[in-house]
Design a protein. Structure first.
Lengths: 279, 288
């Protein structure tokens, strides 16, 4: 039964236009940013070198597809919750507001299974979107600007050889995706409680915004709390480009995101199973 | 054993009691009309039976088994709750496909159901392009999709034009002839008189009547007299004692009388042209 429910959920979302908005936006936006990076390459290099150019003589160019991808992800990662929650925000609230549950839930199915199918679809959509964001950026950037070593800031300038860069991007994807999945599940939880599709996005983004602010406010209490908040890891993908890779940090990020995700799914079960469909 | 037994069902939304200790049975092959004004609790009761409302008190049994224990009874039931709400971005057949998969209904039944409600030519049309009447018929199609033993239709004539209503009532009667038990909730008295074999009346969440049309007819004092010209009939009736005219149109007079039908016929002069005299259950008074 669960496979049938998943098939139904996939059919429901793939035949809706709004499902593709995020993909279309990324498809259009990335080439523009790559073109802009290519155009302003000299300025960008100067700002990377900074005062180092006073002491060192650089030959060749630091600007390549890997660096462009790194910059694109760093710039856009904080905007991704807006796009990744498009499906999650509507997945329950849309059914409440359009009253479609009035027919769907009168079938011999359990609500828990309906919820599992919707969780599966939300997680798949978010992962697909994040994978598309990372690897489409990588594809466009490397085709346009070529490959080479990746220069990043970590204890000064760190050069990562082109052999390990792809692996680093995979780790970065894993980190960013874990956080984004947790954000999507938070949005899904709020969607089980409201019949307005915009409310879950607004509340989720507000929580992410407040959580991110906590990360940057230098107060002792916030510093203590921050490791336990999934929002504190939203920029942690940058650590995938550190040397050595901070596996302990990635481990604690994974545990934190898993814990919050489990809590969000459990609460969604609780609310949805008790919900009276009166709309 | 009754098909459905509703036992002391109570439901409140906050401090508002919507259903108060409702108990009645639904027998096989009947058409039960749940009648009541808006807000009387008809839809809430249907939502409870369908499993859409989860928190309620009392018990409901399907062939003796409590519906609280498992939802397998939903294999044998079909529901049309209020306005039919479909996935508007999908076609009629895609919508029914989604639902058919859930009850493991074979694909040929989809076409059969669409044919029965006369929508077989619109199966590839998106639901967003459907008129209200078409959506209502699609609602019936999804309810009969799994060849259910019992259909719960909440206000099936809601929003339909007179032609649509006639067509819907025909569909309901035909389904009953096919052996389906049907439970209709409505606030339209004419629907009940025309279709139902049993009546439940709810008012302010309380059950105020649970009776068969047969019993109601036996106790009624209400008669409908149809004729070519009501004026002649009216003047003839005005001379009869123990009889009161309560409604009059060109070709129909409704009277209230303690006399038996044969006595009325005998008291009306032979030259007064009458088509028919029929007893009618006095639901209006009970309803009000």
């Amino acid at each position: 039964m669960i496979l049938i429910l998943i098939q139904n959920e996939i059919e429901k979302i793939t035949k809706r236009k709004r499902t593709y908005i995020s993909f279309v936006l990324i498809t259009i936006l990335i080439p523009f940013i790559v073109a802009a990076i290519n155009n302003g390459g000299t300025t960008l290099e100067k700002s990377i070198y900074g005062q180092l150019s006073d002491s060192f003589f650089f030959t060749g160019s630091l600007l390549n597809g890997y660096l462009a991808t790194y910059i694109i992800i760093a710039v856009l990662i904080n905007q991704m919750p807006f796009l990744s929650t498009i499906v999650a925000s509507d997945i329950f609230s849309g059914e409440y507001s359009r009253s479609t549950f009035r027919i769907y839930l009168t079938r011999p199915i359990s609500r828990s299974q309906v919820l599992i199918s919707k969780v599966f679809v939300v997680l798949s959509y978010t992962s697909l979107l994040m994978a598309f964001f990372f690897f489409y950026s990588l594809l466009v950037s490397t085709i346009w600007l070529g490959t080479g070593e990746l220069a990043v800031f970590h204890k000064g300038i760190l050069f990562l050889s082109s052999d390990v860069v792809l692996f680093r991007f995979f780790i970065a994807f894993f980190i960013a995706n874990s956080v984004m999945l947790t954000i999507s599940l938070l949005c899904l939880l709020i969607s089980t409680m409201t019949k307005n599709s915009i409310t879950p996005i607004i509340i989720t983004i507000s929580i992410v915004f407040i959580g991110t602010a906590i990360t940057y406010i230098p107060i002792e209490l916030f510093k203590k709390v921050n490791p336990f908040l999934f929002t504190g890891y939203i920029n942690s993908f940058l650590k995938a480009f550190h040397d050595p890779i901070p596996w302990v940090h990635i481990q604690s990020m994974t545990i934190t995101c898993l814990t919050w995700s489990t809590l969000f799914i459990w609460l969604s079960f609780f609310f949805f199973n008790k919900k009276d469909i009166t709309e | 054993m009754s098909l459905i037994e509703i036992k002391s069902v109570n439901k409140s939304f906050g401090s508002l009691e919507v259903l108060k200790n409702i108990s009645f049975n639904i027998e096989k092959n009947t058409i039960v009309g749940i009648l009541g004004p808006n807000g009387s609790g008809k839809s809430t009761l249907m939502r409870i039976i369908s499993g859409l409302i989860k928190t309620w008190k009392g018990d409901i049994c399907f062939y003796g088994d409590s519906i609280r224990l498992n939802n397998s009874y939903l294999h044998s039931t079909g529901f049309l709750i209020e306005d039919p709400a479909f996935y508007e971005h999908l076609t009629a057949i895609e919508n029914l496909n989604l639902l058919a998969r859930l009850s493991k209904t074979p694909a040929w039944r989809i076409n059969q159901a669409l044919k029965r409600v006369d929508l077989d030519k619109s199966l590839n049309k998106k639901v967003s392009q459907f008129s209200y009447g078409m959506k209502q018929r699609l609602g019936i199609a999804q309810a009969i999709l799994n060849d259910a033993d019992i259909l719960f239709l909440d206000e099936p004539n809601n929003g339909l034009d007179p032609n649509g209503m006639i067509q819907m009532n025909k569909t309901i009667t035909n389904l009953n002839k096919l052996g389906k038990t049907i439970c209709i909730s409505t606030h339209i008295l004419e629907d009940v008189k025309e279709l139902c074999s049993h009546i439940i009346i709810l008012k302010d969440g309380e059950l105020i009547l649970d009776n068969s049309i047969e019993n109601l007819l036996m106790n009624t004092k209400k008669y409908v007299i149809k004729s070519k010209n009501s004026k002649n009939v009216e003047s003839a009736l005005s001379k009869i004692k123990n009889l009161k005219i309560i409604e009059k149109t060109d070709k129909k007079i409704v009277i209230n009388s303690s006399l038996k039908i044969q006595e009325i016929i005998q008291l009306i002069p032979h030259d007064v042209d009458i088509f028919s005299i029929n007893k009618e259950p006095d639901i209006e008074n009970l309803f009000l």
